[in-house]
Design a protein around this ligand. Structure first.
Ligand SMILES: *Cc1c(COP(=O)(O)O)cnc(C)c1O
Length: 349
């Protein structure tokens, strides 16, 4: 690796396809996906449906589109979606749930994005013609802005019981569900079982260049297919992308544990820097949130100086977010923490 290589901790989406992944992409058999004739995409969909214990799955260009389509299938305009106030569907999808599905939002105050069945019960609207219809509960696995917090299986079951008891659908935005699986040892199928729909991202810790997969019942996926086509998400020779997904499921899942270890190491090192506080010291998965407010410097200043030392982290609502992934090493954590300390002191590289 070149000495001046950027240590990019701004997101696990910064991963680039490895040489072996590119080889698998080049070798993938392809056909017309829009006609259901791309064998590699079909194989990926079957593989993810099986992994998540659902009848069917659908390959989509992005995780955001997976969420938009799940909300469209489950809800009707004027319906309400209940989720944590920090949920990606509320904070980071440009209001897509209201634009496309016409949904109102009910954001719940939570600790790190995890809520209870009792909170769902309390949020469901009273029946009657004046109130919007509560229709969807969405949970995020892991919780991105919760510092990669893992929803315990019992909490998923508790929320799903409350939701289903009131006739609401449960969608899991499982962008990093496999990080949760590796961290907790709970099988993906078990986490997905209480949910009506669940999705995962290929383009984050799994290291693929593009894609997400949405899973659910056969009827759910049939409806989702129509929305995929409508939104312009139907593809042609997508096997070159799906091939990366199959490669990632074979090679890049168990190794997520290494990313979690790197994140814990980074938090330990940065936790010793004066004037900053780790917001999620338990570091369950691959995300570290750093609060610099007790230092003399703003996040934006620290991030700019950090970059001058060859490391990049992200800004998130006044906090600094660092995400580990397969393109950074254990040694990079030492280097990034040292750079971070210099940046907090206002030294430029
Ligand atoms: C990244 C992310 C998304 C969106 O996925 P994209 O593939 O970037 O569109 C949705 N939800 C969560 C929790 C995410 O972390």
């Amino acid at each position: 690796m070149p000495a001046n290589r950027l240590i990019d901790l701004s997101s696990d989406t910064s991963t680039r396809p490895s040489a072996a992944m590119r080889k698998a992409m080049a070798a993938a058999e392809v056909g017309d996906e829009q006609k259901g004739e791309d064998p590699t995409t079909n194989a990926l969909q079957a593989r993810v449906a099986d992994l998540l214990g659902k009848e069917a799955a659908l390959f989509l260009p992005s995780g955001t589109m997976c969420n938009h389509i799940a909300l469209l299938v489950h809800g009707r305009p004027g319906d309400e979606v209940i989720a944590a106030d920090i949920a990606h569907i509320f904070t980071s999808e440009a209001g897509g749930g209201s634009v496309f599905a016409g949904l109102q939002t009910w954001p719940l105050a939570t600790t790190r994005g995890i809520f209870t069945g009792a909170q769902v019960d309390a949020a469901v609207r009273e029946a009657g013609s004046r109130a919007p219809r509560s229709r969807i509960v969405a949970i995020e696995q892991t919780v991105n802005r919760g510092g990669g917090a893992v929803w315990p299986l019992s909490a998923i079951e508790d929320v799903a019981r409350a939701a289903h008891g009131r006739g609401l659908a449960v969608h899991m935005d499982g962008a990093r569900i496999l990080n949760a699986v590796v961290a907790s040892g709970v099988a993906a199928k078990l986490m997905a079982a209480p949910c009506d729909s669940v999705r995962l991202d290929l383009s984050k810790g799994l290291g693929c260049p593009v894609g997400g997969v949405l899973a659910g019942s056969r009827a759910f996926i049939d409806d989702a297919w129509r929305w995929k086509h409508r939104m312009g998400g139907a593809l042609r020779q997508s096997g070159v992308l799906a091939g990366a997904g199959l490669y990632a499921l074979d090679h890049n899942v168990d190794r997520l544990a290494e990313d979690h270890a790197k994140a814990r190491r980074l938090a330990e090192l940065i936790g010793n820097v004066n004037g900053v506080q780790i917001m999620n010291p338990e570091v369950e998965t691959n995300i570290v949130f750093i609060d610099p407010s007790a230092s003399a410097r703003k996040s934006s200043e620290i991030l700019a100086d950090l970059l001058s030392h060859g490391a990049r982290m992200g800004a998130s609502y006044g906090m600094i977010r660092a995400v580990t992934h397969l393109d950074v090493t254990e040694d990079d954590m030492e280097a990034a923490a040292a750079a971070f300390e210099r940046a907090v002191k206002g030294k430029r590289g």
